[in-house]
Design a binder for this molecule. Structure first.
Ligand SMILES: [Cu+2]
Length: 611
């Protein structure tokens, strides 16, 4: 679907660059100015048609006894659902009624780069009181979303869903649909959060280990983590004591109900629009059939739970046959809180929500000591994802000795810890292991010793649950890619950081638009990009403007994605055809990581231009 109109629209797009730029930043009429500081409504109002107006303004948001400043779009958090049809043109007219610059990025949409909405990379931003028009003819379909790319506005409500209905019949059959837009609310100002993160990485962590807690760690394991000045509970930078987790703007106390009629196939369009939170999504008593990932149709795969990284989307089908109320439970990955709603056949009947499960622990595999199979093979049964780029570096013997499924959680850390200790200590920061392209310095406090592909890992804490969980290797594109090209070249990019100083970067280089040295691609190159995560956190890495295909062992059925989670201390690899010219953002979608510098510009040459 994406391929069909590509060359035509690209030519049209380039030809009309100059004409279109005249639409940008027209002054707004005086009557539409002024602050909308009133209470923010919750929920999702649908907009469609040839012209869609979005008004960005200040407001006050409240849920569960918490209230504070928010940025609402058209008066709601989330902002409106933008519902479009593939092939039908619309104009998205963005009005900035804030007293600071703003922007809208259309996450996952294919469009000319100057409308992609990233200040400093694709356009200058929208000044207070000004308007920015985006002409868009969708050349794709599926579930997407939009959000601010200015400062930290995304944290405070500036986001909303996008659905593009296909021009032809939808391969996904459903009787009813609901958007499940996951996000967070906090009354704390996002700049205060950023400041606290810089002061001390663990400021927000309420799950510290200590000698007296009841985590299943031995004294020796505690000493080991202590010597490394790290904590196996360092999972989320910001958690439930700070955040209320929301579904469609509703906190747990708001009792959001989503209706169904027994026997219906209900399509849930799950969007992780949060700033910092990975969620484990499940509906106890119902299985979920995953039919789409990041807006791209996949072959149906039935699971009981899935982990969704920040900025990812999954469409799932559930078919409740009995009347009643089912819990839609989206537990934060660190299990400090839950976003929840009831899928109910009777108004007023709330579901019974599951209790929060015990917090998971990081293991040595998360530190890049990939000598253990933990998580390598769960779910797929395939020993090796994925045509690794460099066979010489792969530890095949180790990979063959993968942990059996459902190994007890403490076996991971326990076994590895012992092995580590016997080796007589270790260098957690052996920069000799890094390629020359990585800049070493205080911005790097860890180097993965033996990073392995962990696309078969279902996500932290989900490798030992007693039911079926999604992982990337289970994703197969619905349609075969007949024209799959072998990569022309390969590149390796390291995700780097210093947890204590809250420094985050690509290849040890903090992003700054001023001194930017972009990643350059020629026009229509085919590049294999290996992302190596030298940190202990999972990073959801998002490429603007183009889909990439995840190298997950599915050959001609590699799933297309716009965001890939790179698990701690491991690697993930994608292939991309660089056929969308212009400057695009490429960054970690954890908002405060991006803000700290985990970002780069990807510059794709125009046809006939130099790389
Ligand atoms: Cu990150």
């Amino acid at each position: 679907m994406i391929k069909s109109n590509l060359s035509l629209s690209r030519r049209r797009m380039i030809g009309s660059l100059a004409a279109l730029s005249g639409l940008a930043a027209l002054p707004m009429p005086a009557w539409s100015m002024g602050k909308m500081g009133g209470p923010v409504r919750k929920g999702i109002h649908e907009l469609s048609g040839a012209k869609i107006d979005l008004h960005i303004a200040d407001g006050r948001f409240a849920t569960g006894g918490r209230s504070g400043h928010a940025i609402a779009v058209n008066g709601t958090v989330p902002g409106p659902l933008i519902r479009l049809k593939e092939g039908e043109q619309t104009i998205l007219s963005v009005h900035n009624m804030l007293d600071v610059d703003s922007s809208v990025h259309w996450h996952g949409l294919l469009l000319p780069f100057q409308f992609d909405g990233v200040p400093g990379i694709s356009f200058p931003g929208i000044k207070p009181g000004e308007r920015f028009d985006v002409p868009l003819t969708p050349r794709q379909s599926g579930t997407y979303w939009w959000h601010s790319h200015s400062g930290l506005q995304e944290q405070v409500g500036h986001y909303g869903p996008i659905i593009i209905d296909p021009a032809g019949p939808d391969p996904v059959q459903y009787d009813r649909e609901h958007i499940i837009l996951l996000s967070e609310f906090t009354p704390m100002h996002p700049h205060a959060i950023m400041k606290k993160l810089k002061v001390g990485e663990g400021y927000f962590s309420m799950q510290k280990t200590s000698a007296t807690d009841d985590y299943p760690l031995s004294a020796e394991e505690r000493r080991m983590w202590g010597r490394m000045r790290m904590m196996p509970t360092d999972i989320a930078d910001v958690s439930a004591p700070t955040y209320s987790y929301l579904i469609n703007g509703h906190g747990p106390e708001d009792g959001l109900e989503l209706p169904f009629t027994p026997g219906e196939r209900v399509r849930l369009r799950i969007i992780n629009g949060s700033a910092m939170t990975f969620f484990n999504v499940r509906l106890p008593g119902l299985s979920m059939t995953v039919v789409q990932a990041d807006g791209q149709n996949v072959q149906p795969v039935e699971v009981d739970e899935l982990q969704i990284g920040v900025a990812e989307t999954y469409d799932v089908i559930v078919t409740p046959t009995e009347a009643g109320a089912f819990a839609i439970a989206a537990e934060s990955m660190d299990r400090s809180g839950m976003a929840q709603a009831s899928l109910t056949s009777q108004p007023g009947r709330e579901a019974a929500f599951p209790a929060l499960r015990d917090p998971p622990l990081l293991s040595m595999v998360d530190m890049g000591h990939g000598s253990h199979g933990g998580g390598m093979d769960h779910g797929s049964g395939e020993a090796e994802a994925a045509e690794p780029m460099d066979h010489g570096k792969m530890d095949h013997a180790a990979m063959g000795h993968a942990m059996p499924e459902a190994a007890p959680a403490d076996a991971h850390s326990g076994h590895d810890m012992a092995a580590m200790d016997m080796s007589g200590g270790m260098d957690m920061r052996d920069t000799a292991l890094l390629p020359a392209s990585v800049k070493t310095g205080p911005g790097i406090d860890m180097v993965a010793m033996n990073p392995q592909d962990r696309t078969g890992y279902p996500g932290l804490g989900l490798d030992d649950v007693p039911h079926r969980v999604l992982n990337y290797r289970l994703l197969k594109s619905l349609e075969m890619d007949h024209h799959k090209r072998a990569p022309d070249r390969e590149m390796e990019l390291h995700l780097t950081g210093n947890m204590e100083r809250y420094m985050w970067s690509f290849d040890g280089r903090k992003f700054s638009a001023v001194g930017d040295d972009p990643i350059r691609f020629g026009y229509d190159e085919r590049v294999r990009v290996k992302l190596v995560n030298d940190t202990m956190m999972a990073h959801p890495i998002h490429l603007h403007g183009m889909f990439f295909e995840l190298v997950n062992g599915q050959g001609h059925y590699q799933p297309k994605k716009h965001t890939v989670i790179v698990q701690p201390g491991s690697s993930a690899t994608f292939d991309v055809t660089t056929d969308e010219p212009g400057d695009w953002a490429f960054h970690c979608h954890l908002l405060y990581h991006m803000h700290a510098g985990m970002m780069q510009t990807v510059s794709v040459a125009f046809p006939g231009g130099a790389a």
